[in-house]
Design a binder for this molecule. Structure first.
Ligand SMILES: Cc1cc2nc3c(=O)[nH]c(=O)nc-3n(C[C@H](O)[C@H](O)[C@H](O)COP(=O)(O)O)c2cc1C
Length: 298
């Protein structure tokens, strides 16, 4: 059921309020939803087990900050269980409003209208008093991982780039596939020449190395030194034994053997996200025990 819930693509928000002592509190939430235009209402669900639960149950106002593509680290920070996540975060508040985070692509400052206990969460309904709609690209969340929709557009633009390359981070549990790079630069991700058939070529390349893989979404698109665009997808190992390369644990990447500095830093970032931000799919933290008693439709 977690996987099924997680197939629904959402944005990522940080919901904020002041607690009884006037301290700013917040948590990452993707359960945000717009509810009504007249009157303007929104909803969000807070877990009964959240450290900030009492503060959010009592708050007269709360704000929903919609995060931008570059705010993954902020999302990860506000998804930790702690009372002082605002240290180092830039924020302000309107009179009688809730904390508004700098850099959010949109925000809704709300008066708390209703709260309803519902299973292991509480549904908060807010009436929008003020809002801001910015221009930036919003961050997305799908199947337990962050996605950046604007990458799709940049990748589509780069698809005809003959000087470009297409690569993949192939995951198997907590490890990634690395192979000897063509130009003798040590280990690298699997890459093939770009162009419209890039992904099909990459699939063939991996098959020749014994790996059957499923491709999911884009992870990175960047300009290569010397020209051309590098497009990197996320992929997962399905079957097969790796030839001419192998799987390396993300927690102990052989960084000194990865010759290409851009690939090295991309993998280091991926490993960091895997450790901190790549939460197991979020559908509420206490649901695990109940799933066993459900009949799963086949
Ligand atoms: C992408 C994402 C979405 C989340 N959505 C929610 C949510 O809608 N409601 C919720 O209560 N927790 C959600 N969480 C988990 C909370 O952010 C997390 O439990 C946090 O520790 C709560 O903060 P607190 O315990 O300090 O109050 C989400 C986490 C992530 C990474």
């Amino acid at each position: 059921m977690r996987r099924a819930f997680g197939s629904f693509i959402t944005g990522v928000t940080v919901v904020t309020a002041f607690d009884g002592e006037g301290r700013p509190r917040g948590f990452t939430a993707n359960s945000f939803s717009s509810v009504s235009l007249r009157p303007p209402l929104v909803s969000v669900c807070v877990a009964n087990s959240a450290l900030g639960f009492k503060a959010f149950r009592a708050a007269k106002s709360f704000a929903v900050n919609v995060l931008g593509e570059e705010q993954r680290e902020l999302s990860a920070k506000f998804a930790t269980r702690s009372a002082d996540k605002f240290d180092g975060a830039e924020w302000r508040a309107e009179k009688d409003g809730a904390p508004l985070l700098a850099g959010a692509v949109a925000w809704f400052d709300c008066a708390a209208k209703r709260g309803m206990p519902c299973g292991d969460h509480r549904i908060l309904i807010g009436e929008v008093l003020r809002f801001c709609a910015g221009e930036g690209a919003p961050l997305g969340y799908l199947r337990g991982a962050y996605i950046r929709p604007s990458l799709e557009r940049r990748a589509a633009e780069a698809a005809g780039d003959a000087r470009g390359v297409v690569g993949a981070i192939v995951e198997r549990e907590d490890s990634v596939y690395l192979c000897e790079s063509e130009n003798g630069g040590g280990l690298s991700l699997p890459f093939v020449s770009g162009g419209a058939e890039g992904v099909a070529e990459l699939r063939k390349f991996l098959r020749a190395r014994g790996l059957e893989c499923g491709f999911s979404f884009l992870y990175s698109v960047y300009a290569r030194e010397g020209g051309g665009t590098v497009i990197v997808y996320r992929a997962h190992w399905k079957s097969g034994r790796a030839k001419r390369g192998g799987f390396y644990p993300l927690a102990a990447l052989p960084s000194s053997r990865i010759g290409d500095a851009a690939v090295r830093s991309l993998l280091q970032r991926f490993a960091r996200e895997h450790e901190s931000g790549d939460h197991p799919l979020y559908v509420g933290d206490e649901i695990g025990g109940e799933v066993h008693s459900l009949r799963i439709a086949r």
